[in-house]
Design a protein around this ligand. Structure first.
Ligand code: 3NM
Length: 533
């Protein structure tokens, strides 16, 4: 049986990288569309859609015919955007229709059962209807706002993609290939694939216009995208990369923590802080005392160079301004581009409209390995805030411990990252593992910057131990909070706590190094107050 016969008479399609053409001068420039498509296919494009919104029908048929010759040479299907008549005229493999174009049932009647018909869907409802009406695949989006198509109705982000993917596999409707579209390029393709997944439902591929059509080297751009898609997004973005064991047993996690602390203490790993002006000096000292090398730079233009140095980035929006927002986004993109960890601390996230909007903008702009905040901030990120945060303090909470654990777990599952909610008791989840941490000292709540400093520590721990970022975070938290407990025993108040804490952070690290090879130090084991829930 040929692949075509095996697929109900339709050619089997490699959806991983789907190219939509655009001949407008702003995108295509003076390049030849046929040459670009030929190059793109050689770079790894598996399906081509001819999209032309302005040409006369005769011109469209002429270009589509020539394009079909190119795609046939490579055994890749050609689909025509919107125009069933052009598809028939050139014998293309199918059409792609938008919500305002010809109805899919009518298109199917005209083109017959063997044609490939794809439909644009921006919501679970549109997806469900398209599936019911017999679509062969869905183009879902608009993922992110794009200058290529400014009349898109809904910008749905990776959360919207997740919802649609969930609809596509309810058990009652058939599963259908889905490709996401809208401002997807080499800098974000892996995190779109990672963050859009809903359980085992994943995108089959991504569709792009400008990332290839506007490229001076379409073959190289297609190859880069293809490699990024095939190399698997989880390598950088999952708490535990593929092929590494996920330790679900708390005792084993705790047993490994001292090794991670030792690795960090002697690492001098770069901790790049885009943090608030109130805490910079203290945070830099905490970094040094725990073994990382801090740089406090809010200059977005140098983030790309710093991102290549093997460290981590902290984005702490405590003293946010419009200029700083742009820098945070530049920093986020730079670290995402090399797969380096970023910790996002949405300080005061529930306090003002500006900060709530900043959270949305940042979550759209990039991927954060950890989102860390107090309860008010985490609720602002989750969109489940019921009370107005007063300044940067969390505000009162009547949530039970179980509800807090569920909050971090649900948000971790939604964002596909680690969520750390700090307070007298900390809650942390990577969506699979959720822990409650009762270590720490009351003095941490009496000085400025303790939460911000914890963020910096956790970030650099992830850079040192990327094989299990959840374990890295846990080790960093224990280093920080157990040291705070020791310092709390000797200090006489918040003033003396600060230097005692810096000493204690350093001493705990040095003790760990001395006891290398001796297993889990007894004093450390006896201090750990962590529970898995
Ligand atoms: N359709 P780029 S967005 C053709 O949301 C198209 O349905 C969209 O271009 C939709 O890859 C879009 O350059 C343009 O952002 C995508």
């Amino acid at each position: 049986m040929s692949p075509q016969e095996a697929n109900g008479g339709k050619p089997s399609i490699d959806w991983s990288l789907y190219l939509v053409t655009d001949s407008t001068p702003a995108i295509l420039g003076d390049r030849d569309v046929l040459h670009v498509v030929d190059q793109a296919i050689q770079g790894g494009v598996g399906v081509v859609q001819y999209r032309e919104k302005h040409a006369d029908t005769g011109v469209m048929i002429d270009v589509a015919f020539k394009l079909h010759t190119v795609t046939q040479k490579h055994n890749v299907p050609l689909l025509i955007n919107d125009r069933v008549d052009v598809c028939m005229a050139v014998g293309a493999e199918g059409v792609h229709i938008g919500q305002d174009d010809m109805d899919i049932v009518r298109a199917r009647e005209i083109l017959g059962p063997h044609a490939i018909i794809g439909v644009t869907a921006s919501s679970p409802e549109e997806a469900a209807k398209a599936i019911k009406d017999g679509a062969d695949y869905l183009g879902i989006g608009t993922t992110f706002a794009t200058p290529t198509k400014t009349d898109t109705k809904h910008i749905i982000g990776t959360r919207g993609l997740q919802e649609i993917l969930r609809t596509c596999d309810t058990g009652t409707t058939k599963s259908i290939p889905c490709v996401a579209i809208g401002s997807i390029n080499a800098s974000n393709v892996q995190r779109v694939l990672h963050q859009s997944a809903s359980g085992s439902n994943r995108l089959n591929g991504i569709a792009v216009v400008s990332a290839i059509m506007a490229s001076p080297d379409p073959q190289a751009s297609a190859r880069t995208l293809r490699d990024l898609i095939e190399s698997g997004p989880e390598k950088f973005y999952a708490a535990v990369p593929p092929n590494k064991p996920i330790i679900t047993d708390l005792k084993t996690l705790i047993t490994h923590a001292p090794d991670v602390i030792r690795a960090h203490v002697s690492s001098g790993t770069l901790c790049h802080n885009m943090t608030n002006t109130v805490v910079q000096n203290f945070v830099a000292n905490v970094c040094l005392s725990t073994g990382s090398s801090p740089i406090m730079s809010e200059n977005g233009s140098e983030a790309a160079d710093l991102a290549k140095l093997g460290g981590a980035l902290v984005i702490n929006m405590g003293t946010i301004t419009p200029d700083k927002m742009d820098a945070y986004i530049e920093g986020t993109r730079a670290y995402n581009a090399v797969g380096a960890p970023i910790l996002f601390d949405p300080v005061g996230g529930g306090a003002t409209a500006v900060r709530r909007a900043a959270i949305e903008r940042l979550l759209t702009a990039g991927f954060f390995s950890v989102i860390k905040g107090n309860e008010g901030e985490i609720r602002a990120v989750a969109g489940s805030s019921t009370s107005q945060q007063r300044g940067v303090d969390s505000g009162p909470s009547d949530a039970t411990s179980g509800e807090k654990a569920q909050l971090v777990k649900t948000l971790a599952q939604r964002e596909h990252c680690i969520v750390l909610m700090t307070g007298q008791t900390d809650y942390m989840s990577d969506g699979t593992r959720t822990v409650v941490i009762r270590n720490g000292s009351r003095w941490l709540g009496k000085i400025t910057g303790s939460g911000c400093a914890l963020g910096a520590v956790v970030a650099s721990y992830m850079a040192v131990f990327p094989d299990d970022k959840f374990l890295a975070c846990l080790a960093g938290i224990l280093h920080f909070e157990i040291a705070a407990e020791s310092a709390g025993e000797y200090c006489s108040g918040p003033g003396t706590f600060v230097p005692a804490f810096l000493d204690s952070l350093d001493q705990l690290g040095q003790e760990m190094l001395k006891q290398e090879g001796l297993g889990l130090p007894g004093y450390f084991a006896s201090q750990v107050k962590v529970e898995m829930v």
